[in-house]
Design a protein around this ligand. Structure first.
Ligand code: GAR
Length: 224
């Protein structure tokens, strides 16, 4: 028995506070989500599966990737989620990239946009197009370790607690209103891969919860 048990296990029984909206006059429809991903896409897949289990009651209507070879694209194919490639290298500027993203999201008529491992800095243009509607997942307990390689920053700092944060996106990097956080221990002998894996298990839990909370704040989802 480790002296310091992994608290992620203790989240297994946590209560899901969000319920699908009651069908009522002018009944609320299911949320429509877009997801942005640059890499492996494990958060995209976890969110898609959570939505399919109505936690939250939402449909991932579109995945946008910026790398043709990223794992997220293959996961979208397997899951049957429409996927668009918008390659940042083919865009003249960050603003042009964000304008292309905005068009894709407007065309897909999504309520919320989720940055799930999007490795480009977004411009105010995207933030202003989706005020309070843009959610990001970051692998640290913000406000610690903003920016690139948060897991490496945590290991270098020698912290004993690491974690992840799902938050609303504002015009400052990794600084918007925090929705949900989860902490994990840094264990003796951890390396980048082992700590990343422990953090990502929690990301997969808190991102769907954060999306539900963001929707509740906007009145798009009933309170549980
Ligand atoms: C996740 O750990 C996410 O927190 C991180 O990228 C990973 C993507 O994994 N995002 C950032 O570092 C953004 N600053 P995934 O592609 O398997 O979901």
């Amino acid at each position: 028995m480790p002296a310091f048990a992994d608290p992620s296990q203790q989240l297994d029984g946590f209560q899901w506070p969000l319920q699908p909206a009651e069908p009522a006059p002018g009944a609320m429809r299911r949320l429509r989500l877009a997801v942005m991903a640059s890499g492996e896409g494990s958060n995209f897949e976890a969110l898609t599966l959570a939505c399919r289990a109505d936690r939250p009651p939402a449909d991932v209507a579109l995945l946008v990737v910026n790398n043709a070879a990223c794992g997220a694209r293959e996961r979208a194919r397997r899951l049957g989620v429409p996927c668009r490639l918008i390659d940042h290298r083919l865009q003249p500027s960050r603003e042009a990239l964000d304008a292309a993203l905005i068009s894709a999201f407007q065309e897909a008529q999504v309520d919320l946009v989720v940055m799930a491992g999007w490795m480009r800095i977004v411009t105010p243009r995207l933030v202003q197009a989706f005020p309070e509607r843009l959610v990001n997942i970051h692998p640290s307990l913000l406000p610690s370790f903003r920016g690139m390689d948060a897991v490496g920053q945590a290991l270098a700092a020698g912290v004993r607690l690491a974690g992840c944060t799902a938050h609303l996106v504002n015009e400052e990097v990794d600084a918007g209103r925090i929705l949900v956080q989860a902490a994990v221990p840094v264990l003796d002998g951890d390396d980048h891969a082992s700590l990343t894996a422990r953090i990502q298990r929690q990301e997969h839990r808190i991102l769907p919860l954060a999306v539900g909370l963001a929707a509740q704040r906007l009145g798009l989802l009933a309170q549980g």
